[in-house]
Design a protein around this ligand. Structure first.
Ligand code: GSH
Length: 208
């Protein structure tokens, strides 16, 4: 347990799927009143995010003395220790490593989906690499197929559910891959999860 009453800053936009993971954990852990969400622009050379996280990625949590904590999984574990509530990540044993592995699989779906979206952001359409897009799509679809075979528990909310819900929310929003028809059990899982866990709806990005 980390005993502190300090306030924190979360550098993240409201649209980042990884930032949403952190915002969901903040909501679930009852820390909303202690955290100021300050948007970051990952494309801006002058944004202080690059000093806070040399990788220039969000989310990045800042302690009162400026110490940065990243990435989203590390932020969730840190906040869990601050909140001292029932853990979102099992603290030891095989259950911990199974959960972390499933959570990384969910993150990998979001990462590959982001890279597909970034292809459109960083390259002109004439420069798109179909091979690269297919390579990333394969990670998304194989990841979804694994969750289709064995969907995670819908309750209690844990790091796997948070990560998978945020990855699926991103797929629904940016649509790099259309997934709902091909992975009906995952679609059912998301519907059930969002009923059980109100933080998912509460962290949806406001419509642009
Ligand atoms: N593994 C990281 C991934 C974070 C990530 O890729 N964030 C995206 C936004 S959703 C980002 O900052 N992209 C900017 C970049 O890669 O330059 C985490 O879990 O926090």
């Amino acid at each position: 347990m980390i005993a502190t009453n300090e306030r924190f800053v979360l550098r993240s936009t409201l649209t980042s799927p990884f930032g949403r993971k952190a915002r969901m954990a903040i909501d679930i852990l009852g820390l909303t009143g202690r955290i100021d969400v300050v948007p970051a622009n990952t494309l801006d050379d002058h944004d202080t995010l690059r000093e806070q996280n040399p990788l220039g990625k969000m989310p990045c949590l800042l302690l009162a003395d400026g110490t940065p904590i990243f990435d989203s999984g590390v932020i969730i574990e840190f906040l869990q220790e601050v909140a001292g509530r029932a853990p979102l990540v099992p603290t030891s044993g095989l259950a911990r490593y199974k959960a972390l592995t499933q959570a990384r699989l969910a993150d990998g779906i979001a990462e590959a989906a982001l890279l597909m979206v970034y292809e459109g952001r960083f390259r002109e359409p004439s420069q798109y690499s179909q091979r690269w897009l297919d390579h990333q799509r394969g990670k998304v679809t194989r990841g979804l197929a694994a969750f289709e075979r064995e969907p995670p528990a819908t309750t209690p909310t844990d790091i796997v559910g948070i990560g998978l819900a945020c990855a699926l929310g991103y797929l629904d929003w940016r649509k790099p891959v259309s997934w709902r028809d091909n992975y009906p059990r995952v679609a059912e899982w998301l519907a059930a999860f969002s009923k059980c866990e109100p933080a998912f709806a509460r962290t949806e990005a406001p419509a642009a």
